[in-house]
Design a protein around this ligand. Structure first.
Ligand code: PLP
Length: 377
């Protein structure tokens, strides 16, 4: 149960020949380049098919972080003559928040929208935040800690009405829910290989035709001048195959059933001693972020040795600090300090879920909670 995904065996099989044989540079004109170039362009088409866009709207990157950086900095540097204001949210991944902080140091003005207790932004807040100087809005598709899905269609429509570009970080949502860039109405969209059963170190940015970006990496004209550097046909082929597999969302239906079974079991055992973090309805099918009230997340994780879950709180100098996401959602310290995020994958089984439930019930802190009707520990 981990948010990063293993490499799918079919993806590994696709990649393998590139290690042994296909060493060519996709940009070269000679015989060795042909298989690499063909693989790169096939992969571009597979990613485009998943996202519902044209092949030439896909730019390969080194991952989700680079895709986000390219979207934010690329638009800012390309458009700063017409504006300097960017709107994002308080619950973005650091791969959005940190480039925003960097751009603030260069003089950009950034608005960080608040979210409600479920982690959703209010499109009316977005409308009110737009100024004549706004050049970009970046709102994540689904949150990495609590899985909340944002009202992207509505937010992107507002952006379009104001003539502002709209980016979404879809690193968490791709392969878990259907994504269509035209249905969503976005101009830019980031994906990360290692969230979709491809290797780490590869990702992509969808850039709508007509949107110009200043590259982050200047050099030769790779990726139609949007990202210099000889492309890795190997990694691209892996991401392409993973995106092909991700078009079949049936496994996510099964994952949702398992996730809901897990939550029901926890509620049965712990009653009102557990609380769900995130939106009960608008949420990724694989994510369960649950607070064990008045417990400490790190302590629970210690007792879950071998389960790759993570906590939404950290202990600094004896003080418990909640993650920025839980804090922005207004989660209280008593609730947030015991937050654990479980991310289910295609391979997660009911037996594994039931074993984790058993282990949670047997942990000293939580066992007492489970037994003590309504009493705060
Ligand atoms: C929402 C989100 N955006 C961006 C990233 C960064 O992606 P990468 O690790 O491929 O750079 C992640 C990775 O965890 C993520 O969850």
């Amino acid at each position: 149960m981990v948010a990063s995904t293993p490499v799918d065996p079919a993806v590994a099989a696709t990649i393998k020949p590139f290690l042994a044989n296909h060493f060519g540079n996709p940009s070269s004109g000679h015989w060795a380049a042909a298989p690499a170039k063909a693989a790169l362009e096939k992969a571009r088409g597979q990613i485009a098919a998943l996202l519902g866009c044209e092949d030439d709207e896909i730019v390969f990157t080194s991952g989700g972080s680079e895709a986000n950086n390219l979207a934010l900095k690329g638009v800012y540097f390309a458009r700063r003559d017409s504006g300097d204001h960017i709107i994002t949210t308080r619950i973005e991944h650091p791969a959005i928040i940190e480039p925003c902080r960097f751009l603030e140091r260069l003089g950009a003005r950034i608005t960080y929208l608040a979210v409600d207790r479920f982690g959703r932004v209010d499109p009316d807040d977005l409308s009110r935040a737009i100024t004549p100087r706004t050049i970009l809005i970046s709102i994540m598709h689904a949150n990495n800690e609590v899985g909340t899905i944002q009202p992207i269609e509505e937010c992107a429509r507002i952006a379009r009405e104001h003539g502002v570009l709209f980016h979404t970080d879809a690193a968490q949502s791709v392969g878990k829910i259907a994504i269509d860039v035209n249905g969503l109405g976005v101009d830019l969209l980031s994906i990360a290989g290692h969230k979709v059963y491809a290797p780490k170190g590869v990702g992509a940015l969808f850039v709508r035709r007509g949107v110009s970006l200043e590259p982050l990496i200047h050099g030769a004209g790779h990726e139609s001048g949007r990202r210099a550097g000889t492309e890795s046909a190997l990694l691209a082929a892996g991401l392409g195959e993973a995106c092909e597999l991700a078009r079949d969302l049936d496994s996510m239906g099964r994952v949702r059933v398992l996730r809901d079974h897990f939550w029901r079991e926890l509620q049965d055992r712990f009653g009102n001693r557990v609380a769900l973090n995130g939106d009960p309805e608008h949420r990724l099918p694989n994510t369960l972020n649950v607070s064990f009230i008045n417990c400490i997340g790190a302590e629970i994780l210690k007792g879950l040795d071998g389960v790759a879950a993570s906590t939404g709180s950290a202990c600094h100098s004896g003080r418990i600090e909640l993650s920025a996401v839980l804090e922005a959602m207004g989660v209280t310290p008593e609730v947030g300090m015991g937050a654990i995020r479980f991310s289910l994958g295609r391979g997660t089984t009911r037996e594994e879920i039931d074993a984790v439930t058993e282990r949670l019930s047997g942990l000293p802190g939580t066992a007492f909670m489970a037994m003590s009707a309504g009493k705060t520990v």
